[in-house]
Write a protein that binds this ligand. Sequence first.
Ligand code: ADQ
Length: 417
Amino acid sequence: MSPRSSRLKVLAIVLAGGEGKRLMPLTADRAKPAVPFGGIYRLIDFALSNIVNSGYLKVVVLTQYKSHSLDAHITKTWRMSTLLGNYVASVPAQQRVGKEWFAGSADAIFQSLNLVHDERPDVVVVVGADHVYRMDFAQMVDQHVETGAGCTVAAIRQPIGLADQFGVIDVNPQDPRRIREFLEKPKDPQGLPDSPEEVLASMGNYVFSAEALEDAVRADSDREGSKHDMGGDIVPAFVRDGDGWVYDFKDNDIPGSTDRDRGYWRDVGTIDSYYDAHQDLISVHPIFNLYNEAWPIYTNYGPHPPAKFVHGSGDRVGHALNSAVSPGCVISGATVSDSVLSPRVKVHSFSHVTKSVLMDRVEVGRSCQIHRTIIDKGVFVPAGVHIGVDHEMDRARGFTVTDSGLTVVGKGTIIEG
Ligand code: ADQ
């Protein structure tokens, strides 16, 4: 934490109520921030690790949609010593006042203002829970304090073709830290003056002065026509008042980062981007480096023995190449390549798993082929089954096949042999 921001009282709020429709079927029975990622993590571990590594230890996680496994993960993994008044508290929507669930992310904060009052922070850091990246929020808080802003939005350049998934920021050319216009998910945006094929996108991470945030979500709570959304309503209101500022993520300096992974940020909102982010982890020189011990990503995956690679039937040696294999896995006489395996995955003799993501306790029987496939927790693949090889067959079996040709097998799927 930098010296300037260390004198402030900071409360971190993690918005973790997203439904994640575009990640179906992985979000069929869990909130998007609880989706397993990278073998041993859940998506929310990245936001929470960034917060904790930034030195902020008072953290409220606002949950809502299918929050059971998210709550369980937070309780198991992120419980802190309360001795110093530090905590990561998971706050479900259904315990708040009012008849409705949270209408939108701003309503979630509005309904949780009592938590802000309890803490009396100077500054509130509000972050999303479904991105893979490293970021030191203290550096953003420093800028926020230096400019005297009410609201600062973290931003990164993204291809213009993705603009309709993001809040798009236009800055004042005379004062490039001031936002002139903020358009939430525009259909036809302008490119950047120095790079017409890119836009400056909001990362969905904000720093607010506590009072300014409270005033804004209160004013928004009964505003006619508001969707009570941070990106759609609150940030544009600050911008209209001339108090919206931008923090450029490229200025964020993470200890231990490499030339390759500096500035890495992935929105894993779709099956394709979720899959691509896995490939980023396992490339020979990873674009996202999980081995950076100076900025650890924390998680908890249970008491599993080391992964094991053994001879299976017919004297074949089980092996894995360009892959991340978690504890508790057994690769027996099978080949695994360019894949990510969560704990307790078993792959049996004569099977080939290529370019795939297998979650906790998936078991692949003998002589199977699994290619460009994501298999959710606990699925058993009977002997001889091919997945990701013939998409017609995959669809006939009830699997999801994306336009880009990835196959996804949902949790609890029973596969006929
Ligand atoms: P989206 O991700 O599309 O865009 P949203 O669906 O509101 O916006 O999700 C933002 C975060 O809030 C996610 O972490 C989600 O889980 C959480 N969330 C959503 N509704 C919630 C609720 N009712 N209660 C608690 N948490 C909730 C946002 C911004 C864009 C920005 C992109 C970056 O609106 O401006 O560009 O993030 O990915």
